[in-house]
Design a protein around this ligand. Structure first.
Ligand SMILES: [Zn+2]
Length: 256
């Protein structure tokens, strides 16, 4: 048994070390540098194509007039890890995240088998970056729900059900806007709490875009950028009297 065991260790150890140290390779498109290890060329081509489409669409949706294009040295970086374990080890993010963006450095990290990566994770993370480019990286007036709501609204296939949210509101079992505005990612632990947070965030943004239109939402983003205050931006752009009035109107929209 012993020699066999030794052989096993000898044969497999170098392979494991090699897999861990495998160098990143780079795939380039106009606005993106995609770093990968084992992804197939067809996967990289499709990723680049979708990323380029989202780049134009999200910029347009937010009414962002660019002066700094993501070209040459300014390209966004996408790190495509081979699997979830490597991704979590490198980023230290919770298990329920399928992707993560570092907005300041235009860096997106995800893994090949991330569920809904091309349809949801990619536009979600790109929206985080483009929204911050629009409203300002050091803007203290942006609560987490708005950031996540804007990002979730760009997802191509989301599974939020209005009726479920309506039930939660009827039962008084939802997170009110005041609490929602104070929430931080680290405080979200239970899966249903995470789900409710994202459902409400998405729904609040959808309410603004669908009921009042895209042009108003663009103006709202501009007011957020200039005033650096959520309530001021809401009052200036829409006819809400304040946060409580915004919350009441949103609840009526969900319950009707
Ligand atoms: Zn997000």
């Amino acid at each position: 048994m012993k020699p066999l065991k030794l052989l096993f260790v000898f044969l497999f150890l170098p392979l494991i070390v090699f897999a861990d140290n495998q160098p990143w390779q780079v795939f380039k498109s106009t606005h993106f540098l995609i770093f990968y290890k084992s992804a197939k060329e067809s996967q990289l081509n499709e990723l680049a194509l979708r990323a380029e489409d989202y780049y134009n669409k999200i910029t347009d949706d937010l009414g962002f007039n660019r002066f700094n294009f993501w070209t040459w040295d300014n390209r966004a970086k996408i790190y495509l890890f081979d699997n979830q374990q490597e991704y979590m080890k490198a980023t230290g993010v919770p298990h329920w995240t399928a992707g993560q963006a570092q907005v300041n450095s235009k860096l997106i990290q995800t893994f090949i088998t991330a569920k809904g990566f091309l349809d949801n994770v990619l536009p979600h993370e790109m929206a985080h970056i483009i929204f911050r480019e629009m409203v300002g990286f050091n803007n203290p007036g942006i609560p987490l729900w708005l950031e996540e709501g804007v990002a979730s609204y760009q997802e191509q296939k989301n599974y939020f059900v209005k009726a479920n949210l309506a039930n939660k509101i009827k039962q008084g079992n939802f997170i009110n806007l005041d609490s929602l505005s104070k929430l931080e990612v680290a405080s979200l632990k239970a899966d249903d709490e995470v789900g409710l947070f994202y459902a409400e965030s998405y729904s609040l943004v959808k309410y603004l875009v669908v009921v009042f239109g895209k042009d108003k939402f663009v103006l709202f983003c501009q007011n957020l950028r200039d005033r650096k205050n959520l309530t001021r931006a809401l009052v200036l752009t829409y006819s809400f009297k304040g946060l409580a009035d915004f919350e009441d109107s949103w609840k009526k929209y969900i319950l009707k």
